[in-house]
Design a protein around this ligand. Structure first.
Ligand SMILES: Nc1nc2c(c(=O)[nH]1)N[C@H]1C(S)=C(S)[C@@H](COP(=O)(O)OP(=O)(O)OC[C@H]3O[C@@H](n4cnc5c(=O)[nH]c(N)nc54)[C@H](O)[C@@H]3O)O[C@H]1N2
Ligand SMILES: Nc1nc2c(c(=O)[nH]1)N[C@H]1C(S)=C(S)[C@@H](COP(=O)(O)OP(=O)(O)OC[C@H]3O[C@@H](n4cnc5c(=O)[nH]c(N)nc54)[C@H](O)[C@@H]3O)O[C@H]1N2
Ligand code: SF4
Ligand SMILES: [Mo]
Length: 683
């Protein structure tokens, strides 16, 4: 029987950052999770994966005690040790490595297992800065798109979700809204009830695409060509918004000239979308008001992903869509959360480190190379938290040969014994977001939220903040910031003079839990010249706009195409969160499937249910075929990311992906990946 309802915030790496309600019984055990009906974006419902999060919370497989590895790296044999033994061993190993190879031979590796600021970029950052460890360039997800957005708008924010209800045309461009951003959906439903059209542009007609008024089956990595051709149609037909363009943009005539040769016919050959469809889409986009583009991160996981995001994000400046509530682009809202990051993360502590300077910056998307090729100094110790690189990083064969190195000292902070934890020397058990305090910004809405522990921490689990606090003490760090409580860190983080955040206090968050940023309502950041450029205008910079197909695509490197003729994408699985729920049998089954077009399957005598081997020069994995016309001919799609150790051959999709980086931002090119598929007798 529930005796009390407590509040929390979903910490998963999702744009929606939901406000949660949790029913707790007399023993303090959570019995049900719900979305908070009072939150303007959560609106009382949760996605399927988090509605069942208590199964994960109370799983018998939760890590409850510190562990030391007993067998070979990767074998998974561990023995329980005490926190004192674990922390002493880590401190002495890190000191020894730093003394012999320099502090930069230590590498933190983390991403967004929790989006909480304290447990994701708080005490951990202070610890590594004071230590003088290498800095990690956290590029694995959104850095290409981030640069593209900055190039176009000078800011990382856009249309707020609540305004989508006013739109008359909504384009989901590389955005699987029902799967990865489900709290936008009710606003789209409302808009459609009022007559809006809803289109999807995606190489895979997923659940979202099936519900669209039109689906444009674009070839992977060709979005820039489509956007340039839309600009061509808009400018040659004079459909641009002259008043907006002249008041708020720079470089229109050069843009018009630049896109002149980007005819719909030329784009059709590159994108696979018929020329007349491109013309029609461009006209409709330019003449419908308000028009909203929900751009998500799918388009920027290709080789020239930054250019794609930039070009698409320039479209509303041509049409003036930014002037309307419900018009413009949303890729992210995170740039509006202008908190005091320097106070939280304390990069200045590097001056107190043995380096006495800023440490080198290593790109997390190149983990394989970092562990096998980097010298001067080599990476000799790695501390992993909030991430599962042995599943999610590209080019796993290289990553694994690095993780297997006997001379690499590896510490992993985790909830579960992941593939990465199997490679650890020491595993430390961490609390979940339901068990610790944290502060949350969002990347799909504009509410800052505070989460307080709703459940007690099981076993000997500790928050990341406390683990790094204790490690700092073991290392002998005496700066007062290492004694900061979690509340002290929240106060510091809120201490910002930026108008969007100024005045929001811990006390206010404790009573309201969710506080709208000071952005006014409706938030129309680019209705006038509010762009984040030095001129305040949207700068087209047409001379740098361009498109060439990815090296790994059907129009790419001919030798590669001959051997590996299929373009593989590995988008998000609807019912999971990267590898976070990979231990669930249903999720394992969903991520073991590859969808292939009937014509490609026919050529290979593959039918639905067949065991197939998907491979390229980097590796292979075994999957079950699903033959369907929801992907275009020449494209295969498999949902990510399976736990490799649950696959029969110990491999999952990132055995095939490459360490080739995007054009800007140093992001991975997960969705520019050529493969071959063949039938095998059994898995
Ligand atoms: N259910 C669920 N939700 C999630 C996650 C999850 O794993 N599962 N992960 C979270 C994370 S980490 C992130 S970053 C977000 C990402 O959220 P999204 O960006 O929405 O997710 P993706 O699956 O990466 O890509 C979106 C769509 O882009 C399509 N796509 C792939 N290549 C191209 C291309 O070249 N052009 C175009 N136009 N489309 C392309 C894919 O088929 C997919 O439907 O989702 C978050 N939410
Ligand atoms: N092929 C392919 N690969 C991909 C992608 C893809 O689309 N296709 N997507 C990429 C993208 S967009 C992203 S963002 C990355 C995601 O990669 P990761 O950020 O590594 O995300 P997860 O796989 O969800 O792993 C997060 C881990 O953090 C742990 N964790 C959660 N909360 C806490 C906490 O409070 N403390 C500690 N210590 N641990 C915690 C979870 O148990 C989980 O094992 O994957 C990338 N890899
Ligand atoms: S994963 Fe996303 S949609 Fe699901 S509960 Fe968390 S924030 Fe909400
Ligand atoms: Mo991501």
């Amino acid at each position: 029987m529930p005796t009390e309802t407590r509040r929390s915030v979903c910490a998963l790496d999702c744009p929606d950052t939901c406000a949660l309600l949790i029913d707790v019984d007399t023993e303090g055990r959570g019995s049900k999770l719900r979305g908070d009906p009072a939150h303007p974006v959560t609106r009382g419902f949760l996605c399927g994966k988090v509605a069942r999060y208590l199964e994960r919370e109370y799983s018998p497989n939760r890590l409850l005690h510190p562990l030391r590895r007993m067998g070979a790296k990767g074998d998974g044999h561990f023995a329980r040790i005490s926190w004192d033994e674990a922390l002493d061993e880590i401190a002495s190993r890190l000191k020894a490595v730093a003394a012999e190879f320099g502090s930069e031979s230590i590498l933190p590796y983390s991403y967004a297992g929790t989006m909480g600021l304290l447990n994701g970029s708080g005490m951990d950052r202070r610890f590594f800065h004071r230590l003088g460890a290498s800095r990690l360039d956290r590029t694995i997800c959104s850095s290409a798109g981030g640069v593209g957005l900055m190039d176009a708008l000078g800011a990382r924010y856009g249309v707020e979700p609540e305004q989508f209800r006013h739109a008359k045309l909504i384009i989901a461009w590389g955005a699987n809204i029902l799967g990865t951003n489900v709290h936008l959906w009710p606003f789209i439903v409302e808009a459609r009830r009022n007559g809006a059209k809803f289109y999807t542009i995606d190489p895979h007609q997923n659940r979202t695409g099936k519900l669209a008024d039109r689906h444009y089956a674009i070839r992977p990595g060709s979005d820039t060509a489509l956007a340039l051709a839309m600009m061509q149609v808009i400018t040659t037909e004079g459909l641009e918004n002259r008043a907006y363009v002249s008041a708020n943009t720079l470089g229109f005539s050069a843009l018009k000239e630049k896109v002149r040769l980007w005819t719909p016919q030329r784009a059709a050959e590159l994108t696979g979308i018929a020329a007349e469809d491109i013309v029609q889409l461009a006209r409709e986009y330019a003449t419908t008001r308000p028009a909203a583009i929900r751009l998500n991160y799918g388009v920027q996981r290709s080789e020239r992903g930054a250019m794609a995001v930039r070009t698409i994000s320039l479209l509303p400046a041509l049409t003036g869509a930014w002037m309307d509530p419900g018009g413009g682009v949303q890729l992210s809202t995170s740039g509006a959360f202008q908190v005091n990051a320097a106070g939280l993360e304390r990069p200045d502590l590097q001056m107190q480190s043995p380096l006495a300077r800023e440490a080198r910056l290593l790109n997390m998307s190149l983990l394989g190379d970092l562990l096998t090729r980097v010298d001067d100094p080599p990476v000799k110790a790695m501390v992993v938290y909030n991430s599962n690189p042995a599943a999610i990083a590209p080019d796993q064969n290289t990553v694994r040969s690095g993780l297997r190195r006997p001379d690499l000292f590896t510490v992993v902070l985790e909830h579960f014994q992941t593939d990465t934890a199997d490679f650890a020397d020491i595993v430390l058990p961490s609390t979940t977001f339901l068990e610790h305090t944290d502060l949350y910004r969002a990347y799909g809405h504009y509410y800052l939220q505070l989460g307080r522990p709703a459940l007690s921490a099981p076993g000997e689990t500790l928050p990341n903040t406390e683990i790094f606090r204790r490690l700092a003490a073991r290392m002998g760090f005496t700066e007062p910031c290492f004694d900061d409580s979690d509340d002290d860190m929240v106060r510091t983080t809120l201490d910002s003079s930026h108008p969007f955040v100024k005045g929001i206090t811990l006390e206010q968050l404790d009573s309201e839990r969710s506080v709208r940023l000071n952005i006014g309502a409706p938030f129309l950041p680019f209705a006038g010249s509010g762009f984040g450029t030095s001129t305040g205008k949207c700068e087209f910079n047409a001379e740098t706009l361009d498109y060439t197909p990815p090296v790994e695509s059907r129009l790419g490197e001919p030798d590669l195409v001959k051997r590996y003729p299929l373009e593989m994408i590995s988008p998000k699985n609807d019912d999971s969160m990267n590898s976070t729920f990979g231990f669930r049998p249903e999720v394992d089954a969903q991520t073991a499937i590859v969808t292939i077009h009937p014509a490609d399957a026919g050529l290979r005598a593959i039918t639905t249910g067949d065991a197939v081997r998907m491979f390229n020069g980097r590796g292979q994995c075994l999957l079950t075929a699903n033959v369907a016309g929801t992907v275009a001919q020449g494209v295969v799609s498999t949902p990510s990311v399976r736990w490799p150790k649950l696959a029969g051959d110990g491999n999952s999709v990132n055995m095939l992906t490459s360490q080739r980086l995007t054009d800007k931002g140093g992001g991975p090119s997960f969705y520019s990946c050529l493969v071959q598929v063949e039938k095998v007798l059994e898995l």
